[in-house]
Design a protein around this ligand. Structure first.
Ligand code: ATP
Length: 513
């Protein structure tokens, strides 16, 4: 088995074993691409939400947050284009009976070409050593140029065919490139069909009066339809933003990468309303701001890259993804889109209501333009979790698994570990616990050897372990163990709140943005 797959398997089993993520409905054998967050997962997820909310809403006096309903009027999805165009091209393999996204099969083929190009570059870098000029090599080496040209031709043909809804050509492309089912090698494909990703449901008690509804496939529309409500009641002037965190639902064709692609997931979206003509400047600013927000987590700048879209969605005049290096390669983590006035104008048309802003400086009414930032909470969780999970060999040759989460995001900030329950150590520990619990999420544990308890806290990413021994009872000091350095120091109980706060406060992240 490939090493990458091993790493991913370990990650999934660690997430389950330590109460982060469970398959949904597991005792009924699960439900495909649906997951539940356990006691530690829910804490980590809440902390990620807080980091986003504080950065977007709390730190910006011109961004406010809302919480709109999942069910919305069905015409909203007609106006937004989701009823007609929220489709993915699907293809089945007749032999393996497996279903794939036709565009993803082609994109994966191109990713392999890019890998070949990268190998050529790496080989040359080794050969030439310090004298290597990567830029020049990339621009002149015939093999690299050929791999890149081929990718461009393939992707632009696919984009054109999808644009024209020429699904026969998408299939022809798959056949010409001799793309096979990655698991079985079979090239026996069905035709390509469009598949709408929205989940339908019904509102109403009796079958004949019930209305067809959709579970929202994105949270953004809840913001658009509330644009005027929020603008008027908050008295915001353009530019201003509306932020929201909430569930979204997509009937994904292929969902095989754990919480990377789920059918029920959470989005954290912000729509920034700006005067027409200024949107591309704000688009650049938000690209940079959002990347900095990610970088402040300290997962390594080399793990992020921008992917500017060549083919734009019907509503956009610029779009880019922030990609992250997941265990299965660089993939989209967040989208930043300049959505023009498409959504507000479409809602004006379909609702018959004006969704305009009076700009006192320009002395005119207009439909604002929108720059959107949209990040998947679960994907972010996976990015942080996968990057933080490490196996370490210690100086004495033993091993430990540690989840080196950014301390502000850790589910538990400190664990209170009396060496034993008796002799008053347990009571002393409970006293510290009861004092600090108002400020931090804590754990109290007095079972098992101290070594085992340290390992359990390392595995869930607890930044501090606080050990209580007999001396504590007389001198009011405890041993404080740091998760990352494993260093232990004697500190006064009276200093604990300050020390834990210094390390785990959100300010540490927010001040770096
Ligand atoms: P993809 O190309 O991976 O399907 P997308 O371009 O359709 O994603 P957007 O519509 O831009 O995604 O949604 C914004 C964000 O929501 C994405 O960047 C991603 O983080 C998250 N997201 C989208 N679909 C899913 C999903 N099925 N499961 C988990 N997160 C998702």
């Amino acid at each position: 088995m490939a090493k990458q797959e091993d790493v991913f398997k370990k990650l999934i089993s660690h997430a389950k074993e330590y109460g982060f993520i469970f398959p949904s409905s597991e005792i009924y054998d699960g439900l495909s691409a649906i997951y539940d967050y356990g006691q530690n997962g829910a804490e980590l997820k809440n902390n990620i939400k807080q980091y986003w909310w504080k950065a977007m809403v709390q730190l910006n006096d011109n961004i406010v947050g809302i919480d709109s309903a999942i069910f919305m009027h069905p015409t909203i999805w007609k106006a937004s284009g989701h009823v007609d165009a929220f489709n993915d091209p699907l293809i089945d393999n007749k032999d393996s009976k497996k279903r794939f996204r036709a565009d993803v099969l082609i994109e994966d083929y191109c990713a392999k070409l890019e890998e070949k190009a990268q190998k050529e570059i790496e080989k040359a870098a080794k050969r030439f050593g310090d004298a290597f000029d990567k830029n020049e090599f990339e621009n002149t080496n015939p093999r690299v140029l050929e791999y890149r040209e081929k990718q461009k031709t393939i992707l632009s043909r696919m984009a054109q065919s999808l644009e024209k809804e020429d699904l026969a050509d998408v299939k022809a492309l798959i056949e010409e490139l001799e793309i096979a089912d990655p698991d079985t090698g079979s090239k026996n494909w069905t035709d390509v069909r469009q598949f709408n990703l929205m989940f339908g449901t019904k509102l109403g008690a009796s079958a004949d009066t019930a209305t067809d509804l959709y579970l929202r496939p994105e949270t953004a529309q809840g913001i658009f339809v509330n644009f005027l409500n929020v603008q008027k009641t908050s008295r915001q002037k353009l530019p201003f933003g509306i932020a929201q965190i909430g569930k979204a639902f997509r009937n994904e064709i292929v969902a095989r990468q754990f919480i990377f692609r789920m059918r029920e997931f959470e989005q954290m979206e912000m729509q920034y309303f700006v005067p027409p003509g200024t949107e591309l400047g704000f688009y650049e600013t938000w690209k940079e701001k959002r990347l900095n927000w990610h970088l402040a987590l300290g997962l390594g700048a080399e793990n992020y890259k921008f992917h500017d879209h060549e083919k734009l969605a019907h509503y956009a005049n610029a779009a880019a993804d922030i990609e992250f290096k997941f265990p299965f390669g660089f993939k989209e983590l967040e989208g930043i889109h300049s959505r023009t006035d498409f959504d507000l104008s479409a809602h004006e048309k379909h609702s018959g209501r004006k969704l305009q802003y009076f700009d006192a400086e320009r002395n005119e009414n207009y439909v604002p333009y929108v720059v959107e930032t949209s990040v998947g909470l679960d994907r972010l969780f996976l990015a942080i979790f996968s990057n933080s999970l490490k196996d370490e060999v210690l100086e004495d040759g033993s091993e430990r698994t540690v989840l080196s989460l950014p301390p502000a995001l850790a589910p538990v900030k400190a664990a209170i570990l009396p060496l034993m329950k008796k002799d008053g150590l347990g009571e002393y520990g409970e006293k510290i616990f009861n004092d600090l619990k108002y400020d931090f999420n804590m754990i109290y544990e007095d079972k098992d050897s101290i070594g085992k308890r340290y390992r359990r806290q390392d595995a869930i990413g607890t930044p501090f372990c606080i050990t209580i021994d007999h001396d504590s009872l007389t001198d009011n000091t405890v041993t404080l163990r740091d998760r990352d350095t494993m260093k232990q120091e004697r500190v006064a109980v009276a200093d604990l709140r300050r020390i834990i706060d210094e390390k785990t406060n959100f300010r540490n992240l927010l001040s770096k943005i």
